[in-house]
Design a protein around this ligand. Sequence first.
Ligand SMILES: *Cc1c(COP(=O)(O)O)cnc(C)c1O
Length: 374
Amino acid sequence: MSDNIKIPADLLPLDGRFGAGPSKVRKEQVDALSSVWQSYLGTSHRQKTVKSQVGRLRSGLSDLFALPEGYEVILGNGGSTAFWDAAAFGLIRDRAQFLSFGEFGAKFASGVKDAPFLGEPTIRKSDAGDAPSFEAEAGVDAYCSPHNETSTGVAVTPKRVTGADPDSLMIIDATSAAGGLMVDAKEFDTYYFAPQKSFGSDGGIWFALMSPAAIARVAEIKATNRWIAPFLDLQTAVDNSRLDQTYNTPALATILMMAEQVDWFNSNGGLKWSAGRSSESSGVLYDWAEANPLATPFVTDPAKRSGVVATIDIDDSIDATLICKALRANGIVDTDPYRKLGRNQLRIAVFPSVDPDDVRALTRCIDYVIGQLS
Ligand SMILES: *Cc1c(COP(=O)(O)O)cnc(C)c1O
């Protein structure tokens, strides 16, 4: 039985959390929460104590992404999945073009396709492990793509579409990319994410970095007679965010732990530093896989390999689920592939919280387990 394999203690990483979300939360984030528990947790989100943490987080994100003049940090409850519905109600005017190359991109596209008040979207697809690209199309008012497709470990570079209608918006799902991959804010109008990936906090809330054009679009649609579900109304989110509040009650622990993480990134050198850590870690994994006859990076084009979520195919002679089981029995968790992808694979998330040395230790543990299994 693979869960009887005992990995020697000196090979083990200090922290065994390699999941794609919820992902590793650092002890310092929990300590920060615990040090203010009595003055912060269990207090009103309409008072200064909580609003000042929301303000700290909003300005920290603005610094981290070097947001140009006029861009704003908007937030609301419900996580990235809720933002898809909010965007369908309040950000897409009529026709969107989607890049669909995995589970998450496909879900947003299909939600918009079903919206009765929107035109038929164009969906550009590619097989898992690859990514399509946008093509300028008259009448398209929103171009939507994941920055990083968490289900397959494919990343693309957000870039405005040459020849697109001048008032079209670039809307990027950065749920697993934000904080762990470099991005140029001038290339997007909306860059949205949730805290349970690179920000090492808990889920249930969304953040959207919005350009003046995106904020204007929200107001434009709000002024039409389209019915918008109140909870998903982006104008309400904009109005509340400007006051460092949310429409309804947020989870307070999440906000403080995320603010702590954003300050950690900024105090160490910002996005270059945090993305650099992920890039170092994913580089360790891809180099290891390329050198190992029983492992191969799933994404064949090195330029499309994600810096935050590495997907590694395992040779058919070894059952990857047994590797995951053995690792789990030794405290190394969540290395399983995305369930619907159905490959003999390991998926290892290396968000900035993960120590690159722990990733080196992980490769030695996988080698040990493979040795025991074969
Ligand atoms: C995790 C993830 C989501 C879903 O986020 P929730 O906050 O759970 O709704 C959406 N898109 C991408 C790319 C993700 O990685």
